[in-house]
Design a protein around this ligand. Structure first.
Ligand code: B12
Ligand code: SF4
Length: 561
C-alpha cells in the first residue's frame, strides 16, 4: 500500500547540507541474501543500550524498551549473525539507581563495570546506541573502558546524538571506530557483512570514520528504507520485556499495563527549528501498512501478553485515511482488550472529531499534543506550523470524547520575550481551565545537536560544544536549575516561570476536576497504581526510586554487620 506525500514543506534554511532524500528501494529478502553470515560463524555482534543519566533532583527519568536496537537485532539475526543485546536499563531486576561520583547525577541501570562483564569475548562488532546528547559524557567514558578491555573489538555508534555530531564524538572519543548515521537497519547489515567478509566499508551510505590521514570521512545519512513493512519484527526475544512490565518502568505514556512500544510511521515531514528529526530522518515521512501494524499488535499480545501499546512515532497521525484504516482493522480483528497511546507530542492536522472518536473506540486512551507555544508569533518563528484555533478545537473534542489529554510546551526559545513566555503559560492555563485536560508539560528550550537552532546558536557563538554544554543538558528536568539561550530572559526567570506554570496549571486541573483527586486517593490504596496523568506517574516513580534506594542501603548495612 502506498500513500502520497503531500505534506512536505521546504525550509529556506538547511541545517545539514548532507541530507539525503534518496530512498533505499531494496526489499528485505534480497538485502538479507546479499549480506548473509557464514553458516558456522562463531563471532558475535553485541548491541548495547547504555545506562540512563539524570540529575539527582530530576523529576523525570522514564525508561523504555529500546525499539531501535530491537529492530537492528531483528535484521542481523535474520541474516544469520549471532546477536546479543546488553540492555543496561532493563536487563536486570530490580532496577538500580546509583549516585555519580561527583554526587550530581543519578545513574540508572548497569554500571560500566557490569556492562564490561557482560560483553562476550567472541564479540567482533560492538554496536552502541548513542541516542541522548545529555548522556554523552558518561557514555564516552563507558566506550573508552570497553576499548581498553577489548582492544580488538570494532566499536560502531548509532542513534540520534551520534548521527547529529559524528565527527565531534569520534574526535572526543577515539575509541569509536565508526558512526552509522540515520536509520540503522540496512547500513548496519551491510557494514557488518563487509567487516565479517573482510570487505571495505568505506563507501556504505551512513558510514563515518576518521581515516589514516586523520581526515573525517562522512558518507552522509543512511538512505531511508522505502519498504519498511518488509523489515523483520523487532527482536524482543533478545531483550527482557517482562522486566519492563514492572511498576518502575512507566514508558512514555501512562503506565500500569503490559506496555510495549510500536512504530506506525518513520520520519516527519516538518522542520521545526528546535528539532533534530529533519537531520536524522530527513523530511521523508513513511507510513507502514495499517494491516501490518495490527499484525504486529496481535503478535505482541500473543507472544508477550502485551495489552497496551505506545506509538513512538515522531508524528504519528498526518493522514486521516491512514488512521481510519488502522482503526477499522483493529475493529475487524476484534482486538477489544487492548489500549494504546499517542504519548509523543502529536500534531493536530488530522485529529478531528471523527478521528478522535475512531481512535477512542479502538482503545486509544492517551493523546499528547505538542503545540510547544501559546504565542502565534513564536510558533511562526520556530516553524511549528500549528494554528492555535484549530488546536483548541481538537483538544476540546479529545477531552469530551474521553481521552486523557496532555499538552507539551517549551519556554525560552532564543527569540522569546517575557511576553511570549507569559502568553504560553496563559494559553496552557486557559486549556487547563476551559477543556479539562489532564496533563501538561513545560520544558525549557535546549538546543539539541542536529536542530536548526543548535547550528544557528553555534554560528552566532552563543553556544560552544564542550563538556559544560552536555552537563547543562542533563539538568533540564531539574526543577532547581535552568538555562537560558534567550537574550531577553535570564535562566533564573525561566526556572521561576516553569515552576509557576506547572503549579498554576496543575492546581487548575485538579480543582476543576475533583474526580481526579478521588481517583488518585482510590489508586493509592489499590494494589496496582493506575495514574490519572504523567505527574502522578512521575511522583509514583519518585516514591519507588526512594524505596529502592532505602532497600539498597538496608542491604548494605546488613552486609556490614
Ligand atoms: C522513546 C523516546 C524516549 C524515551 C527513551 C528511549 C529509550 N530508548 O530509552 C524517553 C521517554 C526516556 C525519552 C526521553 C527523552 N527524550 Co526522547 N525520544 C524517544 C522517541 C520518541 C522514540 C525513540 C525510538 O524508539 N525511535 C524509533 C527507533 C526505530 O529509532 P531510533 O531509536 O532512533 O533507532 C534508529 C536509529 O537511531 C539507529 N540506531 C539507534 N541506535 C543505534 C545503534 C547502532 C549501533 C546503530 C548502527 C544504529 C542505531 O537505528 C535505529 C533503527 O533505524 C524519539 C523520537 C523518535 N521517534 O525517534 C525521542 C528522542 C530520541 N528524544 C529526544 C529527547 C530530546 C528526549 C528528552 C531529552 C526529553 C524531551 N525534551 O523530549 C528526554 C531525555 C531522556 C533521558 N532519560 O535523558 C530527542 C533526542 C535528541 C537528542 N539529541 O538528545 C528525540 C530524537 C526526539 C526529538 N526529535 O527531539 N525519549
Ligand atoms: S517537532 Fe515534531 S513536527 Fe516538528 S519537526 Fe520535530 S517531529 Fe516534526
Amino acid at each position: 500500500m502506498t500513500y502520497k506525500e503531500d505534506t512536505i514543506y521546504k525550509s529556506s534554511y538547511t541545517a545539514n547540507q548532507n541530507w539525503v532524500k534518496e530512498l533505499d528501494p531494496r526489499h528485505m529478502d534480497s538485502t538479507l541474501s546479499s549480506f548473509k553470515a557464514l553458516k558456522n560463524e562463531k563471532r558475535i555482534i553485541t548491541l548495547c543500550k547504555p545506562f540512563v543519566v539524570f540529575s539527582k533532583n530530576s523529576y523525570s527519568s522514564p525508561v523504555t524498551l529500546p525499539l531501535g536496537l530491537a529492530y537492528i537485532g531483528g535484521v542481523l539475526e535474520k541474516a544469520d549473525y549471532n546477536v546479543k543485546i546488553i540492555d543496561a536499563t532493563g536487563g536486570k531486576r530490580p532496577m538500580r539507581i546509583k549516585r555519580s561520583l561527583d554526587n550530581q547525577y543519578n545513574i540508572q541501570g548497569l554500571s560500566s563495570e557490569e556492562i564490561l562483564e557482560k560483553i562476550d569475548p567472541n564479540t567482533f562488532i560492538f554496536g552502541i546506541s548513542v541516542m541522548f546528547s545529555q548522556h554523552w559524557i558518561e557514555h564516552r567514558s563507558l566506550i573508552e573502558k570497553i576499548k581498553q578491555k577489548f582492544t580488538k573489538i570494532i566499536i560502531v555508534a548509532g542513534g540520534e546524538h551520534a548521527s547529529a555530531m559524528p565527527e565531534y564524538i569520534m574526535r572526543d572519543c577515539p575509541s569509536i571506530d565508526y558512526v552509522i548515521r540515520g536509520e540503522g537497519e540496512f547500513s548496519m547489515l551491510e557494514f557488518s557483512s563487509n567487516l565479517f567478509f573482510g570487505r571495505s566499508v568505506n563507501n556504505i551510505p551512513g558510514i563515518c570514520f576518521i581515516n589514516k590521514q586523520n581526515k573525517f570521512v562522512d558518507n552522509g545519512l543512511s538512505k531511508r528504507i522505502e519498504h519498511i513493512d518488509t523489515l523483520p519484527r523487532p527482536a524482543w526475544h533478545l531483550l527482557n520485556p517482562e522486566n519492563y512490565f514492572q511498576d518502575y518502568f512507566s514508558g512514555l505514556g501512562l503506565g500500569g499495563n503490559r506496555n510495549m512500544p510500536i512504530l506506525g510511521t518513520r520520519g516527519c515531514p516538518y522542520q521545526c527549528t528546535f528539532c533534530s528529526s529533519p537531520s536524522m530522518w530527513t523530511t521523508r515521512y513513511i507510513m507502514r501498512d495499517p494491516i501490518d501494524i495490527v499484525d504486529e499488535i496481535e503478535w505482541l499480545t500473543k507472544e508477550y501478553k502485551a495489552n497496551d501499546f505506545e506509538f513512538f512515532d515522531l508524528t504519528a497521525i498526518i493522514k486521516k485515511n491512514w488512521i481510519i484504516e488502522f482503526c477499522n482493522e483493529l475493529k475487524k480483528r476484534g482486538l477489544n482488550n487492548i489500549t494504546w497511546q499517542l504519548p509523543v507530542g502529536t500534531r493536530t492536522e488530522s485529529l478531528d472529531e471523527e478521528v478522535l472518536k475512531a481512535i477512542y473506540e479502538t482503545g486509544c486512551r492517551f493523546v499528547c499534543y505538542a503545540p510547544e507555544s501559546g504565542s502565534q508569533h513564536s510558533l511562526n518563528i520556530i516553524k511549528k506550523r500549528v494554528k492555535l484555533n484549530k488546536l483548541l478545537k481538537s483538544v476540546k473534542s479529545s477531552v469530551k470524547i474521553g481521552h486523557t489529554t496532555k499538552l507539551n510546551f517549551i519556554i525560552g526559545f532564543p527569540h522569546e520575550t517575557l511576553i511570549d513566555c507569559l502568553k504560553t503559560i496563559a494559553f496552557a492555563m486557559y486549556c487547563s481551565f476551559r477543556f479539562g485536560i489532564s496533563d501538561i508539560l513545560f520544558s525549557v528550550f535546549t538546543p539539541y545537536p542536529g536542530s536548526e537552532l543548535f547550528e544557528k546558536l553555534k554560528k552566532e557563538k552563543k553556544l560552544t560544544v564542550n563538556d559544560n554544554y552536555f552537563k547543562k543538558l542533563i539538568v533540564q528536568f531539574d526543577f532547581t536549575k535552568g538555562d537560558s539561550y534567550c537574550e531577553n530572559i535570564s535562566a533564573t526567570t525561566i526556572v521561576i516561570l516553569r515552576f509557576l506554570a506547572f503549579t498554576l496549571c496543575y492546581t487548575i486541573i485538579y480543582i476543576t476536576r475533583p474526580k481526579m483527586i478521588y481517583k488518585l486517593f482510590k489508586n493509592i490504596f489499590q494494589k496496582k497504581f493506575f495514574p490519572n496523568n504523567i505527574l502522578e506517574q512521575r511522583l509514583f516513580e519518585f516514591y519507588l526510586r526512594y524505596k529502592l534506594k532505602k532497600k539498597a542501603k538496608e542491604n548494605l548495612s546488613l552486609k556490614k554487620i
